[in-house]
Design a protein around this ligand. Structure first.
Ligand code: KG4
Ligand code: ZN
Length: 353
């Protein structure tokens, strides 16, 4: 590969229900990018791991081929292969990792295991090069809710995380309760736009004015109580035969409560760290109400970074970008490396602001 300085990277993402591959040029341009969403899970109202793994296996060759063809390159032109090695569903993860290991071995090229949530951190920088540390990051996906401070790429401090459901999981579960399809986030956002968020008051779990920095719940999240409150509300409305009329209002009330907690805790991190640069990442960061609320609270003397909706959801481009960062630091995989459903976040230290 002769263009630019540095390697050409192929990134592969198969940790959940998107099969995605991207080719990243040496100067960080996305040359080819394919994201294939599996619709089989809609039938079950959630991701079925075994079906996800099978679907990845069926599609991975075609997805990589198409990304390479968009880039006008062959596999042999790739210098480094990056793949999500965790966290995620082990079957789906293994499909991507085994594919990349085999290709790397066959080509005699290095491969880089990527942490899925670190990849989400890199997504906004693909579209806006100024989306780089230092920043406070709110990472909200179907499996994780993390609030951290990034002093530099690879240097992260965990401030808070969810104690039960992830933010995206809460959107998905509430959507199911409301009789809406999977994934719930985008459907709830659309429906909520037609509802009144104040009509049904819902709790803001783990958010109290009395909390102080240093309290264990100051930055942590909890969404299971909010979900239980929605269960109760839905039961009452159904018993009264009012569910159809109230569905949009319940969706709006739930979204307002979830966004309020996420934005409030992010702002606490901004105030405590003194860092007015905020990055939103992960699938839930596609939510326009969350983006607007955080931007509003950060104000005009700060910056809020997020990617386009396409790159906020799971994708291979963010994996390629994170792999490039790790490769530049020399973090290539050992021969025995594999996938891990609970891969630790690299460079993440624990501690309050
Ligand atoms: O990062 P992601 O694509 O996959 C995981 O790593 O889990 O996130 C998927 C999650 C799902 O729970 C989905 O419902 C949620 O992101 N999501 C949204 C929106 N779009 C996707 N949640 C709220 N509002 C949205 N617009
Ligand atoms: Zn994700």
């Amino acid at each position: 590969m002769s263009r630019g300085v540095g390697p050409c990277v192929l990134g592969l993402e198969t940790s959940c229900d998107e099969t995605s591959a991207a080719v990243l040029s040496p100067d960080m341009e996305v040359l080819g990018h394919v994201i294939l969403s599996q619709d089989v899970h809609e039938v079950y109202g959630g991701v079925v791991p075994e079906l996800a793994a099978r679907a990845h296996l069926q599609k991975v060759d075609a997805v990589v081929d198409e990304a390479l063809s968009q880039a006008g390159l062959g596999l042999a032109d790739v210098d480094v292969l990056g793949v999500t090695a965790g966290p995620g569903l082990i079957g789906p993860l293994l499909v991507g990792v085994c594919w990349v290991k085999a290709a790397a071995y066959g080509l005699g090229k290095p491969w880089v295991p990527v942490h899925h949530m670190e990849a989400h951190l890199f997504a906004p920088s693909l579209e806006d090069p100024s989306a780089e540390p230092p920043f406070v990051a709110l990472l909200v996906s179907g499996g994780h809710t993390l609030l951290l401070h990034a002093a530099a790429w690879g240097e992260y401090r965990l401030l808070g995380q969810t104690r039960d459901d992830a933010a995206g999981e809460a959107f998905d579960k509430v959507a199911k309760l409301l009789g809406l399809p999977y994934p719930g986030g985008p459907v709830i956002e659309r429906l909520a736009a037609t509802g009144d968020p104040a009509r049904h008051a819902l709790p803001r779990p783990m958010l109290a004015r009395s909390q102080r920095p240093g309290d264990s719940d100051y930055y942590d999240f909890s969404f299971s109580g909010l979900k239980t409150a929605v269960v109760q509300l839905v039961r009452n409305l159904e018993a009264e035969g009012r569910m159809d009329d109230e569905r949009a209002h319940v969706a709006a009330g739930f979204q307002a409560a979830a966004v309020d907690v996420l934005a409030a805790k992010t702002l606490r991190a901004v105030e405590e760290t003194g860092c007015r640069r905020v990055l939103l990442g992960g699938g839930v960061s596609a939510n326009g109400v969350l983006r607007a609320e955080v931007a509003d609270r950060v104000g005009s003397d700060g910056s809020v970074f997020h990617s386009s909706v396409r790159l906020a959801l799971d994708n291979g481009a963010m994996v390629a970008r994170a792999a490039r960062f790790r490769f530049d630091r020399g973090d290539v995989a050992a021969a025995w490396a594999s996938a891990s459903a609970s891969l630790p976040f690299p460079g993440l230290a624990r501690g309050a602001a």
